[in-house]
Ligand binder design. Structure first.
Ligand SMILES: C[S@@+](CC[C@H](N)C(=O)[O-])C[C@H]1O[C@@H](n2cnc3c(N)ncnc32)[C@H](O)[C@@H]1O
Length: 308
């Protein structure tokens, strides 16, 4: 100890009761310095809680390392192909400013859901969003020109997760004929079970009550709690009657319409579906029944916003 002290190798903590520490210098240590091959960050596992179902998603710890090494707090980070927003999430966490660009609305919708879930950030209020329709004429034009991207956008506008993944979106067609375009999850009042609201989108002008009946059938088949039909144009009276006849869903002493119709005009005016509070974002690939709760979620390192 005296020799270490003479050589200036002892660290004396401020706390007189604290332990002395031995200073070790990197260039005198065994082992190799970190190189450009990083094999200590595993790829996202199939059950990772951060998984959003985006096929090329990277682990956020990888992006945190890259950003920590190459920028300082307050710097601006740009990811021009930002996918499901791993760079954006890492930048936000590390106190950087950020700009993300992606050509699909599936990606933008996922990033919005991720920012809400992990940081409670909302568009307009906490960050700006460009390239999405801001008035009715633009939204309806968008629906006409590109119904598929319109569907991703409007699903993201209500904080829902697009259903069917990315595979089909690249080919530009609707995934399967499941009648499900998006999903929202919320917990039962006791916090134990996760319930589901199914979202369906109609981008066209020709609307009829059969569309509401189809959604009702899907909600029943999927044993979901609520169905939400998002429309680019005004519904017919028959559609409103059909929706009203579906009855209500009871949650915590309150009732919610079982089938809800919401137009893009209402959405742009700030209206949202009437759903039980505490919407949780479950990974696209996680079935509601498998969602982790309580202690298990904590053990697996779930973010506090994810845990009940
Ligand atoms: C490899 S993914 C990025 C994944 C990202 N690292 C993550 O963790 O989510 C590439 C992204 O680039 C987007 N993309 C492709 N061409 C583009 C373009 N011309 N402009 C903007 N984004 C584009 C795709 O939609 C895709 O989301």
């Amino acid at each position: 100890m005296e020799r270490y002290d003479r050589d200036g190798l002892l660290y004396f903590p401020n706390d007189p009761g604290g332990r002395l520490r031995l200073k070790r210098y990197l260039d005198e240590s065994l082992g190799e310095k970190i190189q450009s091959l990083w094999d200590d960050i595993p790829p996202l596992s199939a059950h990772a809680l951060e998984r959003l179902g985006y096929p090329t998603q990277k682990p956020v710890s990888l992006l945190e390392r890259i950003l920590s090494a190459s920028s300082n707090p307050g710097d601006v980070v740009l990811d021009p192909f930002c996918g499901c927003g791993t760079t954006i999430s890492a930048a936000e966490k590390l106190g950087r400013q950020w700009i993300g660009i992606d050509s699909t609305h599936l990606s933008v919708g996922l990033i919005k859901a991720r920012l809400k879930r992990d940081f409670d950030l909302l568009p307009k209020q906490d960050y700006q969003e460009h390239g999405t329709p801001s008035d009715l004429a633009a939204a309806q034009y968008f629906a006409e020109q590109d119904p598929f991207q319109f569907q991703f956008w409007i699903v993201g506008e209500i904080g829902a997760q697009a259903f069917g993944g990315m595979g089909d979106s690249r080919k530009g067609k609707k995934g399967g004929d499941t009648g499900i375009d998006g999903q929202l999850f919320f917990r039962t009042p006791d916090g134990v079970k996760i319930e589901r609201a199914i979202v369906s989108v109609k981008a066209g002008r020709n609307l009829n009550p059969a569309m509401v009946r189809d959604l009702r059938g899907t909600v029943e088949r999927e044993k979901a709690a609520i169905g939400v039909l998002l429309l680019a144009h005004e519904p017919t009276r028959g559609m409103l009657q059909e929706a009203a006849s579906a009855g209500v869903y009871s949650w915590g002493g309150r009732v919610y319409p079982k089938l809800q119709l919401l137009t893009v005009a209402q959405l742009l005016a700030g209206q949202q579906p009437d759903l039980p509070r505490g919407v949780v974002n479950v990974s696209l690939e996680q079935k509601p029944a498998k969602a982790l709760t309580g202690k298990r979620a904590k053990d697996k390192g779930a973010s506090p916003l994810f845990a009940p």
